[in-house]
Ligand binder design. Structure first.
Ligand code: ADP
Ligand code: MN
Ligand code: MN
Ligand code: MN
Length: 334
């Protein structure tokens, strides 16, 4: 009987921003990945006296970093008593998705991140700064971009894994890049996002980089890292969709919803949403066509055709995609 390697991946309990953990199970070819366990006391998910946590497989895809037949297994974490662990945000997202199935919600998430080397963004010289922002966004040439070999390999790996990756680009700050996942459903976008983040972390090891999802990795006049979330329902994508989009923006603009979303859009969001660097201050809320200084941007094409989608520009790079997807669905459709 042939053997395969299954990489079990889960989201841990590190605060304020969880990390991805993974370990390998050797299985028989053709075997369905079973539940597994881990030491939750080493991941901030349990105490030492009740340390066993359960890994329940929820999404499987080919492992592009190993041999043919090897797989990646994304898992939900359950406590020893069988209840969803507090760090398990996917369960609530899946429930919201089931409730709003008829909406046919789609998401496109633009994951920005920063390659770090020696504790600073790649491309930042020791003890100093690179030239000011300008030539780096979608840049070419070795003075303007760093890390392209890794980024290309990561894109290839995401495609081979079967993820709904829709593009990549170099970002405004040196060492900063972006990949986009979508359009995909509420739970699906999170599953694909976490696998893509895992692959990035893992592949960066070979280059001595760390992929940081920190919201503001360089203080001062440097862009932060976000995860703009593009959103639409079936009604928004059809003629008459403009009115549905405006109504959704109005709902998102209610004071208690602004607070709720900002509180759940990633650690240190106040440092990033300053009102500068293509953001709207976290103290304000506005939406507008084409406006990259708004909380929510409605693409020009959506205005012109009268239907399409909108872009919530507030989520941080370090956001939890399940939580962001769930909140957008609940706030606009409940
Ligand atoms: P930006 O112009 O803000 O940089 P990107 O091209 O980086 O935008 O990302 C846009 C994302 O939105 C992509 O992932 C794309 O697949 C997704 N998208 C496109 N149409 C829709 C839609 N109708 N609903 C949700 N997401 C969409
Ligand atoms: Mn983008
Ligand atoms: Mn971007
Ligand atoms: Mn964007």
């Amino acid at each position: 009987m042939g053997k395969i390697r299954a990489e079990y991946i889960w989201i841990d309990g590190t605060e304020p921003t969880p990390l991805l953990r993974a370990k390998t199970k050797v299985m028989d070819e053709g075997e369905t990945p079973p539940e597994w366990g881990f030491d939750g006391s080493s991941t901030n998910q349990a105490t030492g006296d009740r340390s066993d946590c359960i890994l329940r497989p929820v999404f499987t895809c080919p492992d592009p970093l190993r041999a043919d037949g090897d797989i990646l297994v994304l898992c939900d974490v359950y406590s020893a008593d069988g209840t969803a662990h507090p760090t398990n945000t996917r369960a609530a997202c899946a429930a919201a998705e089931a409730k709003h199935k008829a909406q046919e919600a789609w998401y496109g998430m633009e994951q920005e991140y920063t390659l770090m080397k020696n504790g600073r963004p790649a491309g930042f010289p020791e003890g100093g700064y690179p030239g000011p922002q300008g030539p780096y966004y979608c840049g070419t040439g070795s003075s303007n971009v760093v890390g392209r070999e890794l980024i290309e390999e990561h894109l290839e790996a995401c495609i081979l894994a079967g993820l709904k990756i829709s593009g990549i680009n170099a970002e405004v700050m040196p060492g900063q890049w972006e990949f986009q996942i979508g359009p995909a459903g509420p739970t699906e976008v999170g599953d694909h996002m976490y696998i893509a983040r895992y692959l990035l972390n893992r592949m960066a090891e070979s280059y001595g980089f760390d992929a940081s999802f920190e919201a503001k990795p360089a203080k001062g006049d440097w862009n932060g890292a976000g995860c703009h979330t593009n959103f639409s329902t079936k009604a928004m994508r059809e003629p008459g969709g403009w009115d549905v989009i405006v109504a959704a923006c109005e709902k998102l603009g209610q004071p208690e919803k602004i607070k709720l979303h900002i509180a759940n859009y990633g650690h240190d969001i106040e440092s990033r949403l300053t009102g500068k660097h293509e953001t709207c201050s976290y103290k304000e809320f506005k939406y507008g066509v084409s406006d990259r200084g708004a909380s929510i941007r409605i693409p020009l094409a959506t205005k012109l055709t009268g239907y399409g989608y909108f872009e919530d520009r507030r989520p941080n790079a370090n956001m939890d995609p399940y939580t962001v997807a769930r909140l957008l669905l609940e706030t606009t459709c409940d």
